[in-house]
Design a protein around this ligand. Structure first.
Ligand code: AMP
Length: 488
């Protein structure tokens, strides 16, 4: 299969060739012709599959075929993405391809001054790539007119829902014309995505390039069992002994990311952290340094790392396992992109075993364990060790059966001990085991919710809330599909 057969014009074919792409990826082969025909799509595309070009190319082509605006240009394509980094990446692709066809694209996201964005919008744009919250701000202030949008893209839609953007997405959709094309890309298909698709898509074509919810094929996965307090030692050891270069390491919390970064630096390993408490300029600089090889280890949280495309990244380490199994798929999708090979290593403490089981259930396969002498946790739940311990226990039990029984303590004596204030031993034990861990809280999505309600990332039910609560639909919210598929 070559790009020539997909219906793209000569300018875009030469743009694709100048990127060095010779063959379209499966999602590009399947999606580009369907989008050019004007259909809505519901695409199960994992990160790293070439999905950006799969929607950027046909959108640019379709917009270039329309007559140019006589008055000020207003957006005709809108791409919603979960993070600033992804907005910058998709925006760059739109600008690079669009420029060849005299189209103007701009990127809008929060966390930076709004005025420069207003100036750019006032100049007139054809394509807007944005995070939902900031875009909604602009729409409410009438800084842009979304009534001419012909194509809406929801990129990494599952991430957007995890980050609590459902209400913003629906509010933005209320500004759009009902008669439009909608393209939804999602790596996973929780029920919340199905409900969102039901709300916004019109007879979508399903495009599935790989089984949903499974990790990229070229990624070799493995895990080490290790005590929580020895993870950092194990990581430093692996980096040094195996001479790892360019590794992305995931922690669950911002605090954890900063702490690990300082520890690695103390171990003479160059490292930097990105998370949502870092300013946008620091995040951009850190990423550039990592891409250039000036930083060896990039320590990141899930929220900050979503959608990042770092070409040639060989290793991803799950320093902490994610408590949301889908995040595991996203994390390890940073490596093995566009058919390359990659390795994903998870450091699993005893307390994280439950999460590992959830992840394996999602993947539908086991992640093989590797052993490293000296790093097995004390309470190792390795099946061999469990079996050995059970044998020992059985032996002890048999021995005890043979030994003469101790004289039972009289119940009156028990009562006397308790009255004197001597706690029965199990009370103290229960208190100790109930002690709280001093781990940081998992990172929340960077935005403050308008409602004041705390929105934990990773609650796919959020999307469902809209339907379940029976809230009155917002003015102009797109109605469920009633029409037949449209053709362009
Ligand atoms: P994406 O899934 O859109 O983030 O793309 C992942 C990576 O694949 C990016 O680095 C793209 O530049 C690259 N890519 C996209 N399409 C192709 C293609 N047809 N051939 C080779 N690489 C590609």
């Amino acid at each position: 299969m070559s790009f020539d057969t997909l219906g793209l014009g000569p300018e875009l074919l030469s743009a694709v060739a100048s990127q060095g792409y010779t063959t379209p990826t499966p999602i590009q082969t399947r999606a580009i012709p369907v989008i050019l025909e004007g259909h809505d799509i519901l695409a199960g595309a994992q990160t790293g599959t070439g999905k950006t070009a799969a929607f950027v190319l046909p959108i640019v082509q379709m917009l270039s075929e329309e007559p140019p605006a006589r008055k000020k240009r207003q957006p005709r394509a809108l791409v919603l993405v979960p993070t600033r980094e992804l907005a910058a990446q998709v925006g760059k692709a739109m600008q690079d391809y669009g420029r060849r066809l005299s189209l103007r694209a701009t990127v809008i996201y929060g966390g930076i001054n709004i005025n420069a964005q207003i100036i750019r919008l006032n100049r007139g744009v054809d394509i807007v790539v944005a995070t939902p919250g900031r875009l909604l701000d602009h729409a409410n202030r009438k800084n842009l007119d979304l009534s001419r949008v012909k194509t809406l893209v929801l990129d990494e839609a599952d991430r957007m829902l995890d980050m609590g953007f459902i209400d913003d997405i629906l509010e933005v959709a209320a500004f759009l014309p009902e008669e439009r094309q909608t393209l939804l890309f999602s790596a996973t298909y929780p029920d919340s995505i199905k409900r969102l698709a039901g709300e916004l898509l019109n007879y979508p074509r399903r495009i599935e390039t790989a089984r949903p919810n499974i990790a990229a094929e070229g990624v070799t996965q493995m895990a080490y069992r290790v005590g929580r307090l020895r993870k950092r030692e194990l990581l430093s050891d692996l980096i040094k002994k195996e001479n790892w270069q360019q590794v992305m390491v995931f922690t669950r919390t911002r605090y954890g990311a900063d702490k690990l970064t300082s520890q690695l630096i103390a171990d003479d390993i160059s490292a930097a952290a990105i998370h949502s408490s870092k300013s946008q300029s620091v995040r951009t600089r850190t990423l550039t340094d990592f891409r250039r090889g000036l930083v060896r280890i990039l320590v990141a949280t899930d929220v900050a790392a979503r959608g990042l495309d770092i070409s040639g990244l060989l290793r991803v380490v799950n320093y902490d396992l994610p408590d949301i199994p889908e995040n595991y798929v996203h994390r390890i999708g940073r490596t093995g992109r566009a058919g390359e090979k990659g390795v994903a290593i998870s450091l699993v403490s005893d307390k994280e075993q439950g999460w590992l089981i959830e992840i394996e259930r999602l993947l539908d396969h086991k992640i093989p364990f590797k052993r490293l002498a000296g790093f097995q946790p004390r309470n190792d739940s390795d099946p061999d060790i469990i079996a050995a311990k059970r044998k020992l226990k059985d032996k002890d039990a048999k021995k005890q059966k043979k030994a003469p029984e101790k004289a039972p303590v009289k119940s009156s004596e028990k009562t006397r001990q308790t009255r004197k204030g001597e706690k029965p031993p199990n009370v103290e034990k229960a208190r100790t085991s109930g002690k709280k861990q001093k781990t940081g809280k998992p990172e929340k999505a960077g935005r403050v919710q308008k409602t004041g309600k705390s929105e934990k990332p990773g609650r796919p039910e959020k999307a469902g809330r809209v339907q379940k609560t029976g809230k009155a639909p917002k003015a102009g919210r797109p109605q469920k599909a009633r029409k037949s598929p449209k053709k362009r």
